[in-house]
Design a binder for this molecule. Structure first.
Ligand SMILES: Cc1ncc(COP(=O)(O)O)c(C=O)c1O
Length: 399
């Protein structure tokens, strides 16, 4: 029966990694896959995580299953981190949550829940959005539509067009928003734009679905959730998918959170039972390890401080790298104004160059990133930035 299925081409980003590995150029540069890298190109285990591992080694006396909702300490810690310890929705006991296998797991759980509410649910996603949003939400059966978001020509958000489109969205439709550090563009809404969007959500009654995969990588742990918290305090209902892959560096441990804000504490009982049942029907229980580590870090003041300092260090390094790239591009005498890279946030930037230029960079200079021109800023370092800027400048001049 399987032979009737078509063989699929590899995921473009994973295909790019394979091509990078095979390239023998000693000066090759990988700006493809979205993982944080240090100055030496490594993705280290955070110090706070290492310390939590030692603690967990002492504490963990069994590998028996945990529950479908995961570690309650982890869920509570993450909800405080995201919504704020004093959040009115937490005080009013309106938030249901489960520990999920990564942000991807959280997105899928919430998609399945939305399907249980209404199988005709329409989800509006930004154009462009993270490529994996499409299968994570679409394969659950949700109907996806796009709203305008980013204009490559001016390297900025098309906020007016975005709002014009969202004004037409029906009550009950879902609007997927990137909490911060928009993937792939790095272009985030301003606080004022979040305010207008929130007013619209309240007025028109669409359901905000916030994907938060980079808290702390933009401005700070608090500032990065300005929009999310404003929405949470303003609308009756909302869903949140969060990831600990990047800001805790726990990629392979698969740690995320699916949260639902309902109208009241009674609705929470319903949503809590429903998401646990969704989780039970897909993978039964989440992996324990990563959630237990985050629980230990967030519950311990000293470890939390160590972790927050590490998040700050990662964020500041990426801000420095943006500046370094732009300065080097200027030094190479490029005509294009790349200053927008300094205004973008988090791990990604759209360089806003053509797919042909991206392919030339790959074939002639061994610089690897996806055709959309999304680059992983953390893949830049002091040793490769000059080579990179020269490759970009040469490509733009000669093609
Ligand atoms: C926008 C966005 N959402 C969610 C995720 C989910 O990450 P993970 O499943 O690794 O936690 C990612 C990861 O790259 C992402 O970029």
């Amino acid at each position: 029966m399987f032979e009737a299925l078509p063989a699929l081409s590899p995921d473009p980003i994973l295909g790019l990694s394979a091509a990078f590995k095979e390239d023998s150029n000693p000066h090759k540069i990988d700006l493809g896959v979205g993982v944080y890298k240090d100055e030496h190109g490594n993705t280290p285990i955070l110090k706070a995580v290492s310390l939590a591992q030692q603690e967990l080694d002492k504490r963990e006396t069994s590998k028996v299953y945990i529950t479908p909702q995961g570690h309650q300490g982890y869920i509570d810690g993450m909800l405080s981190l995201i919504l704020g310890a004093q959040s009115p929705v937490l005080k009013d006991n309106r938030v249901a949550g489960v520990q999920a296998p990564g942000g991807c797991g959280a997105l899928r759980i919430l998609a399945e829940l939305l399907m249980r509410c209404n199988k005709d649910t329409v989800v509006w996603v930004s154009d462009p959005t993270w490529a994996n949003h499409i299968p994570l939400l679409g394969d659950a059966g949700l109907t996806l539509k796009t709203y305008p978001y980013f204009d490559k020509a001016s390297a900025s958000i098309k906020f007016e067009a975005m709002m014009d489109c969202l004004k037409e969205v029906k009550k009950g439709d879902v609007v997927l928003l990137h909490g911060c550090c928009h993937n792939p563009t790095g272009a985030d809404l301003t606080n004022k734009q979040w305010q207008s969007l929130t007013e619209l959500a309240v007025k028109n009654g669409f359901l905000p679905f916030v994907d938060l995969a980079y808290q702390g990588f933009g401005e700070s742990l608090e500032e990065d959730v300005y929009g999310l918290r404003l929405l949470a305090e303003s609308v009756d209902e909302m869903v949140i998918a969060a990831s600990c892959s990047k800001n805790f560096g726990l990629y392979r441990e698969r740690v995320g959170l699916a949260a639902i804000i309902g109208k009241d504490a009674n609705t929470k009982k319903i949503t809590q039972s429903q998401i646990q049942s969704v989780a039970r029907g897909i993978y039964s229980m989440p992996p324990s390890y990563g959630g237990a580590l985050v629980d230990i870090i967030l519950a311990n003041e000293k470890l939390s401080e160590v972790w927050k300092d590490e998040v700050t260090e990662m964020r500041e390094r990426m801000i420095t790298l943006r500046k370094l790239l732009v300065d080097n591009l200027h030094k190479q005498g490029v005509d294009k104004d790349f200053d927008f890279v300094n205004r973008q946030k988090g791990m990604f930037s759209f360089l806003c160059i053509s797919p042909e230029h991206v392919r030339t960079l790959r074939s002639e200079h061994s610089v690897y990133f996806v055709d959309s021109s999304r680059v992983n800023i953390a893949g830049i370092n002091h040793s490769n930035v000059e080579v990179l800027a020269k490759a970009i400048a040469d490509t733009l001049k000669s093609h």
